[in-house]
Design a protein around this ligand. Sequence first.
Ligand code: ACM
Length: 376
Amino acid sequence: MLTARGRSSTDAPWRVGVLFSYTGYMALIEETQLRGTLLAVDEINAQGGVNGREILPILYDPASDPATCGRYAKKLMISDNVTMIFGCYTSSSRKAVLPIVERLNGLLWYPTIYEGFELSPNVIYTGAAPNQNSVKLCRYLMRNYGTRFYFIGSDYIYPRESNRIMREVVCRHGGRVVGETYLGLRALRGDFRPVMREIKELQPDVIFSTVVGDATTYLYQSYADAGFNPKVMPIASLTTTETEIFAMGFDVGEYHLTAAPYFQNLPGNSNELFVQKYKRRYGDDQPTNMCAEAAYFQMHIFAKALAATNSTDPEILRPMVLGSNFEAPQGKVTINAASHHTDLWTRIGRANRHGQFDLIEQSMSPVTADPFLLAY
Ligand code: ACM
């Protein structure tokens, strides 16, 4: 039953939509976002829910297909009467959901690094924008490895846009992009062989990767097949997490670099608890990662705003979300009211032989989200 200002007075569960793939070539990473989401829901429900009502996730599996993701978003909003959707890894799936949440006035909670240059009133962005990872990573690579970059990405919006930005950053710092290649999202180990041959010829100082999904595993395995030395010419990535390293083999991932707001290895009470609960629920060998962490903390931020407003009407909930903060496993994060993005930590890690990232650089405090790179 709805009372004045759309507030609900029932004890029925709060229904929310969840759209992460647990089948197809993106399942490896998206399933960890599903896990982070459900772990947070369990925690909230174990504490009695929100204002006495449990959160009930309505799950659909987009099967790694952006158009299916769009169709499920529509079904969630029209048939399931849901206004809040937690979901999407690839930017192409976010782009498929965007017109639906904008037209039907929903709110998409998007827990993934992406290319920036977007600001929808109907999205809360909780992954890193390029100013929170690419810029620092570029500077670090130039100082420690050299100025000649080779770009390798999966062939869709995010890697192409992200590389456009990285090219500008590299060139502005006096570096050079000596090669740039895109492979299909379903690329297999053998598909990377010609790329490795080209890298052998061009001899860059560093390989910069925005390959995603299962193909990530094949990129690093193919690199190892080619006999390159990661201590000299590492793959530096924005997308390779502990989960992909687990899939490719710890020996294959060792010495490669990733820029991310969160690594499982971080010290601190909030992270230790998160890792402990994640492993208890999903298995001792299952690593956490930046995507699972963002999916986890954004559900808690939603629940806090919901407790204050007692409404899932985006018009009522949104003002409470904007400017709110949370002690996340990565440290304190804030939803930036001006940009709808999240002020996050910037970190660079090097994979060790246990499949974890040793921290080699981090920001002194959370970095303000600047999705349009206005400060650069
Ligand atoms: C991505 O597609 N935003 C990783």
